[in-house]
Design a protein around this ligand. Structure first.
Ligand code: MLC
Ligand code: AMP
Length: 514
């Protein structure tokens, strides 16, 4: 029977010359394809030796490193389920994820071992390993004793490969369950749609500058390079000057819009610097038309904007080939081959070209549901099996999709999702707070950031800075509102509901002026 394990397909695409460079890091290390194969086999053998049940979750909160990617590949090839966690998450957030996912294995950095292991052991996790970004930690120490030969586990297309937590509108995160089939179909389709060149076709080189705990950096970028046998230039952290330095050796770059904004601020971004590049891809948040136009003027390249989600990986993309239509700024392009997309009105009726409504999708890339939340899963799918993205948009006569807003109350800041309901919950727990509202406003660097507007209980004295300081000790740093205002009252409609649109309007220029 055919093995649908994603790793088997990635491994089959490794170039014939296994000693050629697969990953070159900004620390001057080179990893060959053989290194990726052997090290992921050793870690997979370590996991297998733990005698874990099928479907075991491996939760990972570590700094970006090539070894962290190898751990991901090892989890796939051993047939377990990878659960990546943002390094910014703090103890309450980690406690929720571990309690909800019940991983049998947790891997964290050494500096966090004492509190992470305490949470994990309390939740019933049997194995907690450490992994740091300098190739040290108990995971690698233990794996060093394991064989470097490992037969890839058999997986069906529907078997789970990863769980990605994505925040919910009620403030509780939901684990999106992605299968080997979801990821493989998407990776294979993007291979041809974005015109990746295998080594035999001259090869591509990807600058990997994104974090590896979300869809963009972990799946779109890593699968894209590996399934094409393409080399990666691996940056531990995004640094615009380093990217510029590496551009002449690369052909493909992927980034959230903030990365493009920051690169544009560098005088070294020129036609000359980009002349070897084949493709610049942007996504995860709206790309402003100014950024799109400025980029074209400065580099001669038209950014290819695409649209995706944790629940679906990639959904739409502007075309790679001019023959398929141009790359249209302000749009996210066409539904990708195999993906069906429709726009529905509030009453569930199909909308025509140019009409604005809720975006719904179907396809082999659409996830299997939310981990242990059958109710939530049912709510997010229509009776005829379409996934409701929560994004609001339109499709024009030529089939270009434009996202105009979101029905979900969500802020996307520098490519990270922040759910106001979660932040409001924390603010409302602060003594003296009667009520709060968090809204997203435009920001020149992050695209959008949160502003918290708070009402004090009668007689209570509140200070905006003190509220932010308290939030900082509880939540991932990117979720902290960039401003907190204590006010007398919140604008409400006749039903008594807070009118967030009025607050957004009130603070809309707070971060856009020079
Ligand atoms: C950092 N900070 C942010 C932030 N990132 N604030 C708001 N939004 C963000 N995204 C704040 C920190 O809290 C800190 O504040 C200060 O900025 C410096 O932190 P840093 O870690 O040094 O920041 P920096 O390295 O500059 O990071 C910015 C960034 C990063 C843009 C490089 O946020 C990033 O890598 N974003 C990419 C996210 C991503 O990969 N998304 C893909 C999701 S997948 P203070 O006050 O503490 O000093 C998805 C699906 C799809 O959406 O379609 O792809
Ligand atoms: P996440 O849950 O982190 O995977 O974020 C997915 C959300 O990011 C989508 O539902 C969209 O709202 C948003 N998104 C992704 N790509 C784009 C894009 N190119 N333009 C606008 N929004 C985007």
């Amino acid at each position: 029977m055919k093995n649908n394990n994603l790793f088997a397909a990635l491994r089959a695409a490794f170039p014939a010359d296994l000693d050629s460079v697969a990953v070159e890091t900004d620390q001057g290390q080179n990893y060959s394809w053989r290194d990726l194969d052997r090290a992921s086999a050793m870690i997979a053998n370590l996991l297998v030796s733990l005698d874990l049940p099928l479907g075991t979750r491996v939760a990972v909160q570590v700094e970006k490193s090539v070894e962290a990617m190898m751990l991901y590949l090892a989890t796939l090839r051993a047939g377990y389920v990878f659960l990546p966690l943002n390094t910014a998450y703090q103890s309450a957030e980690i406690e929720y994820f571990i309690g909800n996912a019940e991983p049998a294995v947790v891997v964290c950095s050494r500096k966090n071992f004492s509190w992470v292991s305490q949470i994990a052991f309390k939740a019933g996790t049997r194995h907690v390993f450490t992994l740091d970004d300098d190739r040290t930690g108990s995971l690698l120490e233990r794996a060093a004793h394991c064989s470097d030969m490992h037969e890839v586990a058999h997986s069906d297309a529907d078997d789970l490969a990863a769980i990605l937590y994505t925040s919910g509108t009620t403030g509780r995160s939901k684990g999106a369950m992605l299968s080997h089939g979801n990821m493989l179909s998407n990776a294979q389709m993007l291979k041809s749609y974005w015109g990746w060149r295998t080594p035999a076709q001259g090869g591509d080189v990807l600058i990997h500058a994104l974090p590896i705990f979300h869809v963009h950096g972990l799946f779109v970028a890593i699968h894209g390079a590996l399934i094409n046998g393409s080399k990666m230039i691996w940056l531990a952290k995004f640094d615009p000057r380093l990217v510029l330095q590496k551009l002449p050796e690369a052909t493909v770059f992927m980034g959230v819009p903030t990365l493009y904004v920051r690169l544009l601020a560098e005088p070294g971004l020129t036609l000359e610097a980009c002349k070897n590049m084949r493709l610049f891809i942007a996504g995860s948040a709206p790309l402003l038309i100014e950024t799109f136009n400025d980029w074209k003027a400065r580099t001669g390249h038209t950014i290819l904007e695409r649209y995706g989600m944790s629940e679906t990986i990639m959904l739409t993309s502007n075309p790679y080939l001019a023959a398929d239509g141009g790359r249209l700024g302000g749009t996210v392009g066409f539904p990708l081959p195999g993906v069906s997309l429709r726009v529905r009105g509030d009453d569930g009726q199909d909308l025509g070209a140019g009409e604005i409504g809720g975006i719904q999708v179907k396809g082999p890339n659409v996830f299997k549901g939310y981990w242990r939340m059958p109710e939530k899963t049912r709510e997010e799918f229509t009776a005829d099996g379409w996934f409701k993205t929560g994004d609001v948009g339109k499709v024009d006569e030529r089939h270009y999709v434009t996202i105009v807003g979101r029905s979900k109350d969500l802020i996307i800041s520098g490519g990270y999702n922040v759910y106001p309901a979660e932040i409001e919950g924390y603010i409302n727990d602060i003594p003296g707070v009667a009520e709060s509202a968090v809204v997203g406003v435009p920001h020149a660097d992050f695209g959008e950031v949160g502003v918290a507007v708070v009402i004090a209980k009668p007689g209570a004295q509140l200070d905006g800075q003190a509220i932010l300081a308290r939030l900082k000790s509880q939540l991932a740093n990117f979720k902290i509102p960039k401003r907190c205002e204590v006010v007398g009252e919140l604008p409400r409609n006749t039903m008594g509901k807070v009118q967030k649109n009025l607050l957004r309007d009130q603070y809309k220029a707070a971060f856009t002026k020079a």
